[in-house]
Design a protein around this ligand. Structure first.
Ligand code: SF4
Length: 368
């Protein structure tokens, strides 16, 4: 070995792709088209060794990524191993598949930072792009958990042709979720993204408009922690009011708050023909004739206006859709119920858990 040769700088970060599995089907996914199967994933013991070796090489931080790292049952053990090796641990997640109970285990294992990706500021469009109904709501729920544990949150807004005109509202949503840092990143053209490039690439005008919006927002939030705190407080107030009104409250402060926001939403919105969102693996491609849109230049309260509009729709719709509260242990989720027959937020989660609980109870009683 030539002792005079320049030495490569020490690596600072390690990107640990724990799995290629993911319940979402984003058309811009940079996963390879031929995925590594579960049986081919590195196990906990190998990752533990890798983290120790990485730390010895000088690595300071590890990004626990995927696919969706929440698909790994041993994610808490892997996080603990990275923490024990002295690495700063960053979880990069879509938020789907990480329950509050699991997040508690990750926090206890030494998780230092979380990055959640968002698809759009409009819940229906976001779920459509993700190819997963309910993904938007799960992102909100996990972001709230992250903030509750006092762990810093980054929100990553992945931009492409179908959502780049909403960049302002997406940044506002990120702040309302409690993000300490917002990353506005264009799609990286690998894997599915490369396959779908023609449909994902924004026009030049779109890109220039988005850059101007981001520059304006940067200027606006520079050092403006007070405004961000006030916005968060407003969002929390609206969330509580929406909860109470959705469950039947028709007077008092909660009603006034929702009615006031709904009025503002009507004034700020316009109905546009639905865009065609490019499809990817597992995408929901159900057609929609039109969607409700805010002015792309609207201010940071755009996501609150979107929520208010959805509530307006629900309350004034003649379809008779009702809202129910899931009775699952520790759940607390609300759901819409068109046929008034629904009991659980999700049969696969709370419904099955209850079945297992009842079965265990019956078995215990039979033994006793
Ligand atoms: S880009 Fe979407 S589909 Fe791909 S791993 Fe991330 S969340 Fe999953």
């Amino acid at each position: 070995m030539d002792a005079t040769a320049p030495r490569a700088p020490r690596p600072l970060g390690l990107l640990a792709e724990l799995t290629h599995r993911c319940p979402l089907g984003c058309p811009y996914c940079s996963n390879p088209l031929a995925l590594e199967r579960r049986a081919g994933e590195l196990d906990t013991a190998i990752w533990t060794r890798v983290f120790r070796e990485a730390a010895a090489l000088g690595v300071l931080q590890v990004h626990l990524s995927g696919g969706e790292p929440g698909a790994r049952r041993d994610l808490a053990e892997i996080t603990h191993a990275a923490h024990q090796a002295g690495l700063y641990t960053n979880l990069i997640t879509s938020a789907v598949g990480i329950s509050s109970e699991m997040f508690g285990r990750l926090a206890a294992a030494g998780l230092d930072h979380v990055q959640i990706s968002i698809q759009d500021s409009d819940p229906a469009v976001a779920d459509h792009i993700a190819g997963y109904k309910g993904a938007y709501a799960r992102k909100q729920a996990l972001a709230a958990e992250v903030v509750r544990h006092g762990i810093p949150l980054t929100v990553n807004a992945v931009m492409h042709r179908a959502n780049i005109d909403h960049v302002g509202a997406m940044v506002a949503l990120a702040l309302e979720l409690g993000a300490k840092r917002v990353e506005v990143a264009h799609v990286q053209y690998y894997g599915w993204a490369l396959q779908n490039r023609a449909r994902l690439m924004p026009t030049r005008e779109q890109a220039e408009r988005a850059m101007q919006t981001v520059a304006r927002l940067r200027e606006r939030v520079k050092g403006d922690d007070v405004a961000a705190e006030a916005l968060l407080a407003t969002a929390l107030e609206l969330r509580e009011a929406v909860h109470d009104v959705a469950l039947g409250q028709r007077s008092g402060r909660a009603w006034e708050i929702v009615a006031g926001w709904a009025q503002r939403a009507r004034a700020a919105g316009r109905l546009v023909p639905a865009d065609v969102v490019p499809g990817g693996a597992g995408n929901d491609t159900s057609p929609r004739a039109a969607r409700w849109e805010l002015d792309p230049d609207s201010d940071f309260d755009a996501p609150l206006l979107a929520v208010a509009h959805a509530m307006d729709d629900l309350l004034t719709s003649p379809s008779g859709t009702t809202v129910g509260a899931c009775p699952g242990h520790g759940c607390g989720w609300l759901f819409t119920d068109r046929r008034r027959r629904r009991r659980w937020c999700s049969m696969a989660a709370c419904g099955n858990r209850e079945k297992v609980r009842r079965h265990a109870q019956r078995t215990r009683q039979a033994v006793a």
